[in-house]
Design a protein around this ligand. Structure first.
Ligand SMILES: C[S@@+](CC[C@H](N)C(=O)[O-])C[C@H]1O[C@@H](n2cnc3c(N)ncnc32)[C@H](O)[C@@H]1O
Length: 412
């Protein structure tokens, strides 16, 4: 692989042409390695960061995803022995990212197997003695009693696991079945519906996931490319990036910032946080919800906040990105258009404006119809169709200026 590769604008245009081929890959083609271990809304199609990484960096470099979500960029970096850093304000995102790139030793797998046996025994003996129940408000509205009983059995065992890596692996397995065994309609719809689940739904789904997830993690643990690099995952707000990582330390940024007025990551994952007994400050006092930028709960409806709030927050994030990224290095932003208070927002213009103000140079962009995207943006597509609006997805490339001057400004 060549040394640091900067793109001429022709080189960037060719890369963008290549990247736009990766916009409609069927789900089966996107869940290789550990990509498929846990659901997450608006995930990257992994071939996208993979291609960018292959074109732009090598083993001596560091890749940053300041909105890392389920850790797609981190895993693609690790698969190429490249160090990476991820930031996300959602605790489930941080957990998924950590497990996606985890490497377990022989001793860890022994601990894992022992716990599998213990949980199997609990199910066999119907031993509900460790009857810890999470304090979910209106729990029986959201979970059927037969489901609660079995989730309690598994969660009770997981709470006591001492080996942290193994504990997180079990947490991911349990977390991956929470929405499908609850009455929550779907990953992106927070309303209770009747699902007519079988009495053994939890047991069946848990052990099925246990096999598929542990097999994926085992394969990754045996991959020599992965062992030779590391990923640091921060459960933290990107507006504070430079308090966690050094200035001028990042060689490449690949990210998909939160979509404006489209998702509510805190809400979608709320029950998972309860069942995994996350810190009460996070779950009950909505800390992670407060820090989530662009969520529907803030912008939807007549009394929604103005777009200017979102702009200020995104400005702060990218100002930090500029500080931690080496001068002259590339920043890839993948983002879709939005609509707020009936007004269409062209996100290519929005981000170009912000990045220029921060002091980055625009290099190139490509845009394509959201209708061509199969899975990640389905809920957005629904909105687009209803309103007859032609929303687009954009891939934007910026270069961090050699002489970075950050305007102080109103945005502080
Ligand atoms: C579109 S998703 C990224 C998905 C990711 N590319 C993947 O493949 O999974 C945007 C992410 O931004 C995160 N986010 C929102 N506000 C944030 C903030 N202030 N700091 C860090 N992350 C934030 C959300 O929790 C969400 O995971």
């Amino acid at each position: 692989m060549s040394r640091t590769k900067q793109k001429s604008s022709k080189g960037a245009d060719n890369l963008l042409k290549e990247l736009s081929k990766f916009t409609s890959i069927p789900e089966e083609g996107t869940s290789y390695a550990t990509h498929g271990i846990h659901p997450y809304s608006a995930k990257f199609i992994p071939q996208l960061p993979a291609k960018i990484i292959e074109e732009c960096v090598n083993e001596r470099h560091v890749v940053l995803d300041p909105f890392s979500g389920s850790g797609t960029t981190l895993l693609e970096s690790r698969l190429r022995s490249i160090d990476s850093i991820g930031f996300d304000t959602n605790p489930i995102a941080a957990l998924v990212s950590r497990v996606k790139v985890t490497v377990l030793s022989k001793k860890d797998w022994k601990d894992f197997d022992n716990i599998v046996l213990q949980i199997k025994l609990k199910f066999k003996e119907k031993d509900y003695s460790k009857s810890w129940i999470p304090e979910i408000p209106q729990i029986e509205h959201w979970f059927e009693p037969k489901i609660i009983k079995d989730l309690v059995l598994i969660a009770g065992e997981i709470k006591n696991i001492k080996n942290q890596k193994v504990k997180e692996l079990f947490e991911i397995i349990l977390s991956s079945i929470i929405v499908v065994t609850s009455n929550q309609d779907s990953e992106t719809r927070f309303a209770a519906i009747k699902k007519n689940l079988n009495f053994d739904a939890v047991e069946k789904k848990f052990f099925k996931k246990l096999i598929s997830i542990s097999n994926s993690v085992k394969d990754l643990s045996n991959n020599p490319k992965v062992i030779n690099s590391k990923s640091d995952v921060f459960f933290a707000d990107t507006r504070k990036l430079s308090t966690y990582i050094s200035k001028n330390s990042v060689d490449l940024v690949i990210t998909s910032p939160p979509y404006l007025n489209s998702y509510e990551y805190y809400l979608y994952h709320k029950f998972r946080m309860y069942w995994l007994s996350f810190d009460k400050n996070i779950v009950l006092h909505d800390k992670s919800r407060d820090n989530e930028i662009g969520g529907r709960h803030e912008y939807a409806g007549k009394n929604g906040k103005p777009v200017e709030k979102f702009r200020n927050e995104i400005f702060q994030c990218f100002k930090e990105v500029s500080i931690v990224t080496k001068p002259g290095k590339l920043i890839f932003i993948i983002v879709g258009d939005s609509q707020v208070h009936g007004k269409f927002i062209d996100m290519a213009e929005f981000y170009t404006d912000i990045c220029k103000e921060i002091g980055m140079d625009f290099i190139a962009k490509t845009s394509y119809d959201l209708k061509s995207i199969t899975r990640s943006f389905k809920s957005q597509l629904g909105v687009a169709n209803r309103k007859n609006i032609n929303k687009q997805q954009h891939i934007l490339i910026f270069q961090n200026r050699s002489n970075v001057k950050i305007p102080l400004a109103k945005h502080e």
